[in-house]
Design a protein around this ligand. Structure first.
Ligand SMILES: [Fe+2]
Ligand SMILES: [Fe+2]
Length: 210
């Protein structure tokens, strides 16, 4: 008898187009990896801890796995689907606490958890979850990195219909989003850096290569 073969649950991969749709998950894992890298770069630019920013970015949307179909839908969401969207930061934060316990020191882990819980919250009360708590510096860093990835790679996501924006429009959105002045400065510097690389003969935005 020959060796046992286990049938793969995944379809055979025929090319990048297919890779991007395997189980509907690849766009999300790619997005989280890029946000992790962007967050670490913004953290460096504003003098914060890159490891905390990297972990928080890498796992910030983990809670979307609770019901991925909501996040793959195009068009308007129902109120119960909207509720599911608003739950993803809290679900992800709780899951990451268990996942990373023992990998990070307790204080860093708490910062990662808070960054995930509040990555859609903005200064002045905008965003979610509801409540008076302001986003921490790492929550803002991840939020800014998330916004940059939506600008650059939003087309990957089935539920976003992003028109391309000019550099100036992206800068304006970052400025007005509700981040502290230091996070705004760091995010704008990273955006400028990403665009400079593009315009120096490297035709692929760094954001799109992994
Ligand atoms: Fe999110
Ligand atoms: Fe995200």
């Amino acid at each position: 008898m020959g060796p046992l073969r286990r049938e793969s649950a995944l379809p055979r991969l025929g090319g990048l187009d297919q890779v991007q749709t395997v189980g509907g998950l690849t766009w999300l894992t790619n997005h989280m990896r890029r946000v992790g890298m962007f967050a670490a770069e913004v953290a460096d630019l504003v003098g914060e801890d890159q490891i905390i920013a990297l972990f928080a970015g890498n796992y910030h949307d983990l809670g979307k796995w609770q019901d991925l179909s909501v996040f793959q839908k195009s068009g308007e969401l129902t109120s119960s689907q909207m509720k599911a969207v608003r739950l993803h930061p809290g679900l992800g934060a709780d899951a990451v606490r268990g996942l990373l316990e023992g990998c990070l020191d307790p204080l860093s882990l708490e910062e990662v958890v808070k960054a995930i819980r509040f990555h859609h919250k903005r200064l002045g009360g905008k965003g979610y979850p509801e409540g008076s708590e302001e986003p921490t510096i790492y929550a803002q860093i991840v939020g800014a990195a998330d916004l940059i990835d939506v600008f650059l790679n939003g087309k990957e996501r089935p539920y976003l219909d992003n028109d391309p924006k000019t550099f100036k429009e992206m800068e304006k959105e970052i400025q007005e989003e509700g981040f502290s002045s230091s996070v705004v400065a760091g995010a704008k510097a990273l955006l400028r850096d990403l665009f400079n690389e593009t315009h120096q003969g490297n035709n692929i935005l760094r954001a799109q290569v992994f």
